[in-house]
Design a protein around this ligand. Structure first.
Ligand SMILES: [Zn+2]
Length: 49
């Protein structure tokens, strides 16, 4: 099932694979916000698309 993470900045990360969603969200957080996110943090923000 596809999952979505909506960043507070308005960026939307969408992936069908949980590992990919975590990786893409972590890379957005570190590149754009200079912030490290754990897998748990990413998954707690994710919801089914
Ligand atoms: Zn963002």
């Amino acid at each position: 099932m596809e999952k979505v993470v909506e960043c507070p900045c308005g960026a939307v990360v969408r992936a069908s694979d949980e590992d990919e969603l975590v990786r893409m969200t972590q890379s957005h957080a570190s590149e754009v916000h200079d912030m490290e996110m754990s897998r748990e943090q990413v998954l707690s923000m994710a919801y089914p698309a």
